[in-house]
Design a protein around this ligand. Structure first.
Ligand code: MG
Length: 229
């Protein structure tokens, strides 16, 4: 499955064998060494209904309509465990910096790509100073059973490695992306029906030793069962 610039696909974040979050993005570049996608402003967040393991049982993104402000560009090389996000802001699309989002390598599906957020992030300012974000969340996920101790160690090692890469100025992504602009003709259709279905025959995260939240939505479960018939 490969795509052309402007194609609208679903970017999903998968936990175990079910989607945690999904939204529509446009493909910017799909080449052997790089997948670049764009989250356009207003692209709605989707998540399965049900009881989520949060204090009020609602999904953590409940109440958020979707992407606000200027859109976000996401660069990821195949098999990398992080993507490089670029943010702009304001009417003049002033560059706000990079955001290294640690996530599992993307896999291609019939409707888009699947990945899994690894919680740890690295914020890189336009002057290239950087800082880690959400280290504490790793330990919270460990307590909740989503990450094992080895997962946490491996994610911290990954973050350290990226930090060294930043310190060395050894970036693989091009500064020219800072000046990139989306094609105003690109459209973002509604998310496909049944976007929640996860095909474990092609989805490696199903095999990841990562117990999903205890009260995972029943509806998503039953739909998966129907899908695997
Ligand atoms: Mg993240």
């Amino acid at each position: 499955m490969t795509w052309q610039p402007g194609d609208a696909i679903v970017r999903r974040e998968i936990v175990g064998d079910a989607p945690w979050l999904g939204w529509m993005v446009n493909v910017v570049e799909d080449s052997p060494n790089l997948l670049a996608i764009y989250s356009p402003p207003g692209s709605r967040f989707h998540f399965p209904p049900g009881d989520w393991p949060t204090p009020d049982g609602r999904h953590p993104w409940h109440g958020y309509q979707g992407w606000q402000g200027q859109g976000t560009l996401m660069l990821q090389r195949p098999m990398d465990r992080y993507a490089v996000w670029l943010f702009w802001d304001g009417p003049d699309r002033e560059f706000q910096g990079w955001y290294i989002n640690l996530e599992s390598p993307f896999t291609r599906t019939e409707i888009g790509i699947d990945t899994m957020d690894l919680e740890l992030d690295i914020v890189v300012a336009p002057d290239r100073s950087w800082s880690m974000k959400d280290v504490d969340l790793l330990w919270q996920r460990r307590q909740e059973g989503r990450f094992s101790l080895n997962d946490v160690r491996s994610i911290l090692d990954l973050g350290d490695g990226i930090g060294r890469m930043l310190d060395d100025g050894d970036w693989w992504w091009d500064d020219e992306w800072i000046g990139w602009e989306p094609d105003p003709a690109w459209a973002v259709p509604a998310i496909p029906r049944n976007w929640e279905l996860v095909d474990c025959a092609i989805q490696p995260t199903c095999e990841v030793n990562m117990s999903r939240p205890v009260s995972y939505p029943q509806r998503a479960r039953s739909r998966r069962a129907a899908f695997s018939r």
